[in-house]
Write a protein that binds this ligand. Structure first.
Ligand code: NAG
Ligand code: NAG
Ligand code: NAG
Length: 472
């Protein structure tokens, strides 16, 4: 309710003369900014605002120490140096309002949103400039500031784009769309969720979707390379601030994923529409048809958005460049096995550019008859086109004995008596190229795979495809 009152008051205050937020404009990749002031057109000129270019405005989040964080300068530099089409880059510095008890900082997000809206309206009045050319990038509480700016700006038209980087969770999770970042706040809203793991019912980053496209890297709850074990390393480096550092690792990952998308234009990460990380880990979601996949970060594909938020998943590396290559593998053992067995396998993948050795495969529950196993494999490097798969049963000779005794107990079905596991083919789908492939055993006369043995599989769908083409 205090929100409501201050909002109404702020809305009435149409003749806002001075802002508590400092708006800085950056001319180059390394300068520390030039302040533009509401209703002072001369400051626009002094700071080199170019009304014919889009405006990207960075909005930081809650602050413990009252200092602007380093990622801000990294993002300014990336926006200034990496884009084919130049943009105006600005920062909404609301640090004096952000360095407060969390609840106070939360309350201030509305005021700052109001001030951002005021400066954008003024830009439209004082220059041939349109709000549709504005992209707000808000981190943590800054994501909600962006949302409020988008709703306070009023009028028929919306801000062009808002990107929410791990939008803050506490006091926003479960709130009505009017009280947090939501898809209504801009023509296009994208969000990256990186730290939604709950502690005592709260998560640092908001879990629920808040955008047209909500990206959940590695499931969104926590990030690779941010293990709590690192806390000890941080304690020696940062003293008691280590706890903040550890929390920041996964929270701030959203920012670094975004910066990475600017810095590595040739290594854009693809994310895929999916119901959750469980299905994603089974490789079931690597589909790009009908807009079911999109690009993470600055170069996201806009358009095709519906009212309902699309939740997309991907795996990333632990450091930049974050991109991985996603593959779905499907295998089926033809044996009749009545008792589940749990062998361990590895796969080596030979591509036109690179070979990756011995990727461990975990099939979850043991192997049973005729079930198809689908799983996700991610590679840090581009291996080119996949040519060959070496599938190895890793268990030791001791395990081979166990296998032999299991076999004598198992009543094998009629037909040929198999003494090994029979893996007829391996079906593969590459997410990044959307290519489907089938690999068959190189030696069709001996299909049996025994413990410690390795079998090679080669492409076998090439001919059948050619035939299909002929038939058409
Ligand atoms: C409205 O503007 C006046 C100055 O013009 C300021 O003193 C007051 O705090 C503002 N109120 C709000 C809610 O922004
Ligand atoms: C503004 O940007 C346009 C488009 O890049 C460019 O042609 C023009 O020279 C710029 N104006 C100034 C004053 O830099
Ligand atoms: C497994 O598949 C083979 C070949 O399709 C079939 O002959 C066999 O009956 C199946 N076994 C079971 C248990 O379904």
């Amino acid at each position: 309710e205090p929100f409501e009152r201050s909002t109404r008051a702020a809305r009435k205050n149409e003749t806002l003369q001075e802002t508590k937020t400092r708006f800085l404009l950056f001319e180059g990749a390394t300068d520390r900014g030039c302040q533009i002031q509401l209703h002072r057109a001369d400051t626009l000129q002094q700071c080199g605002f170019n009304a014919s270019l889009p405006l990207v405005m960075i909005i930081h989040g809650w602050s413990v120490d009252g200092l602007l964080e380093d990622w801000i300068w990294q993002m300014v530099a990336a926006l200034k140096s990496q884009l084919a089409r130049p943009v105006n880059v600005a920062l909404a510095d609301w640090i004096s309002l952000a360095q407060n008890h969390y609840a106070v900082a939360v309350r201030n997000t509305r005021l700052v949103g109001q001030e951002v809206a005021a400066i954008l309206r003024w830009l439209e009045e004082s220059a041939p400039f349109s709000r549709s050319n504005v992209h707000l990038i808000g981190y943590s509480l800054g994501a909600h500031v962006s949302g409020f700016a988008g709703s306070y700006i009023g009028g028929k038209h919306k801000i062009g784009r808002i990107t929410g980087l791990d939008a803050a969770g506490p006091m926003f999770e479960g709130a009505s769309p009017n009280d947090r970042l939501s898809p209504d706040d801009a023509n296009f809203v994208d969000a990256i969720h990186t730290f939604t793991r709950e502690h005592m019912g709260l998560s640092v980053g908001i879990k629920e979707p808040v955008a047209h496209y909500d990206f959940y890297p590695n499931g969104g709850s926590f990030q690779p390379g941010c293990h709590f074990l690192d806390l000890y390393k941080h304690i020696t480096k940062h003293g008691l601030n280590a706890f903040t550092q550890t929390i920041k690792c996964a929270h701030e990952r959203s920012v670094h994923l975004f910066i990475d998308s600017l810095e590595h234009p040739n290594l854009q990460s693809t994310a895929y529409l999916c119901s959750g990380m469980d299905s994603f880990s089974q490789g079931l979601c690597l589909d790009c048809k009908k807009g079911r996949c999109n690009t993470l970060g600055y170069h996201v594909r806009q358009g095709g958005q519906s009212k309902k938020s699309k939740q997309l998943f991907l795996v990333t590396r632990a450091q930049a460049p974050f991109k991985v290559y996603h593959y779905q593998f499907k295998i089926q053992f033809l044996n009749q096995i009545e008792k589940p067995v749990e062998p361990t396998f590895t796969m080596s993948l030979l591509g036109t550019d690179l070979e990756i050795q011995k990727i461990p495969i975990t099939l979850g529950e043991g192997i049973t008859s005729n079930k198809t196993y689908s799983f996700l494999i991610t590679l840090d490097s581009d291996i080119g086109e996949l040519l060959k798969i070496k599938f190895k049963w890793e268990n030791s000779a001791v395990w081979a004995n166990v296998w032999n005794t299991v076999q004598t107990i198992i009543p094998w079905g009629r037909g040929p008596l198999y003494s090994g596991l029979v893996l007829k083919n391996i079906r593969v789908k590459a997410g990044e190229t959307q290519k489907r492939m089938v690999f068959c055993s190189e030696s069709m006369e001996d299909l049996q795979l025994h413990p410690t043995q390795e079998k090679t599989f080669v492409r076998c769908d090439v001919n059948s495809k050619k035939m299909k083409r002929k038939n058409r």
